[in-house]
Design a protein around this ligand. Structure first.
Ligand SMILES: *[C@@H]1O[C@H](CO)[C@@H](O)[C@H](O)[C@H]1NC(C)=O
Ligand SMILES: *[C@@H]1O[C@H](CO)[C@@H](O)[C@H](O)[C@H]1NC(C)=O
Ligand SMILES: *[C@@H]1O[C@H](CO)[C@@H](O)[C@H](O)[C@H]1NC(C)=O
Ligand SMILES: *[C@@H]1O[C@H](CO)[C@@H](O)[C@H](O)[C@H]1NC(C)=O
Length: 343
């Protein structure tokens, strides 16, 4: 009896572990905070139950196992459900594919103000890291949409992922691709600034840029390599015609977000709803801020980490980098038909 009981418990625990691992596998990065939240609720409820039992309280709380589909029941959709409209999850019809540190987060936050745009909350990394999980997995990470709403996802590393163009094409050959680009020199410094904030023992920018104190640029170093946009764009143009890509100027998005947003809305084929009146400029931060967005109805700027102060870089090094990038930039201007005016 004793043995049989413990065997039951072991089997039960084993099933719980398997279920949990399956969920981790299935929902991975995006849903982890949600799972943690549910687990802590679960833990709390269990504690409550024990407490109640100890105090001879008869109310046994129902403990539903992790309600990941709970989001389908958001109250804001109740109205639509009553109308017989069923919100569904759809694969994206537009992607923000890059570039890292180009302003992808800002672009996403700005465009999702639009009532016809729904965006995945975080970078799903489907076409680079999780492709083997399949399109159903990917779709599951998309937000709920109603008829007429478009789904957007942003993962900046898609732009430099070798297999991404082919994979994206396989999903939807007529997908719209948004690329936000910025002067590769400031982009590299921004990339480095982010890296050093996580790893303070990193060597100086000047040391990492060059081979051994020479004047030869180490083009294998990530922050430098990524700025050779033409090289990565070539791969996308093998699979997609230029008209399916929109290039957004990272510089212009900062000084005049409304102009760039107008281009984006035209490109996406949606009404121009996001305009000048949605933005104000915070001169302390040097960044456009929003009067309200999908997440918050009060004025706010992007997170603390955005718009970090860059370290001082030797002007001679900057000049050397500008000279290095010039031919690649020219090539990129030719390919896109846009002169971004980088120095
Ligand atoms: C925990 O209990 C509360 C109320 O007792 C309930 O609303 C909540 O959904 C429960 N959470 C979990 C994960 O069981
Ligand atoms: C860099 O310097 C180290 C020692 O100073 C040397 O061993 C190495 O060969 C140098 N590498 C290059 C690429 O010059
Ligand atoms: C060049 O950069 C790559 C990538 O960061 C690094 O592994 C390599 O050691 C660098 N080469 C030199 C000579 O610094
Ligand atoms: C402007 O930015 C500063 C620094 O980030 C912040 O403290 C302040 O609250 C912002 N002001 C407005 C009106 O958003």
């Amino acid at each position: 009896m004793e043995i049989r009981l413990s065997r039951k418990i072991v089997t039960f625990l084993f099933l719980i572990v398997v279920l949990f691992m399956y969920m981790i596998y299935n929902y991975h990065i995006c849903a982890l905070p949600e799972i943690t939240q549910s687990i802590s609720n679960l833990h709390f409820n269990r504690t409550l139950e024990l407490y109640n039992r100890h105090h001879h309280i008869k109310t046994i709380h129902q403990v539903p196992i992790i309600t990941l589909t709970g989001s389908d029941a958001y109250p804001k959709y109740r109205f639509f459900r009553q109308q017989g409209l069923q919100p569904i999850r759809q694969l994206p019809t537009a992607l923000i594919i890059g570039v890292k540190k180009g302003g992808t987060r800002a672009l996403l936050e700005f465009i999702r103000i639009h009532p016809d745009v729904r965006a995945a909350g975080c970078e799903v990394h489907f076409f680079d890291k999780h492709y083997s999980k399949g399109f159903e997995w990917y779709r599951h990470h998309m937000p709920l949409t109603l008829d007429g709403q478009i789904t957007v996802e942003k993962t900046p590393s898609y732009f430099i992922t070798r297999d991404a163009p082919q994979r994206v094409k396989l999903m939807n050959p007529s997908i719209k691709l948004l690329v936000i680009v910025r002067d590769p020199v400031t982009r590299a410094i921004s990339d480095y600034t982010q890296a050093i904030s996580k790893k303070p023992e990193m060597q100086s920018f000047e040391r990492l840029v060059f081979f051994n104190g020479s004047q030869i640029i180490n083009t294998s170093w990530g922050p430098i390599k990524l700025g050779i946009y033409a090289r990565f764009l070539k791969r996308w143009l093998v699979y997609f015609p230029l008209k399916q890509l929109l290039f957004v100027s990272g510089e212009r998005l900062i000084v005049d977000p409304a102009i760039e947003l107008k281009r984006v809305q035209n490109f996406l084929g949606i009404k121009c709803v996001v305009t000048e009146k949605h933005f104000y400029f915070n001169s302390t931060k040097g960044f456009p801020c929003l009067f309200k967005s999908e997440r918050r109805s009060t004025p706010h700027c992007l997170g603390k980490t955005k718009g970090r102060n860059h370290p001082h870089i030797d002007p001679a090094v900057l000049q050397r980098l500008r000279d290095f990038y010039r031919p690649f930039n020219d090539q990129f201007y030719h390919m896109t038909g846009i002169n971004f005016g980088w120095p």
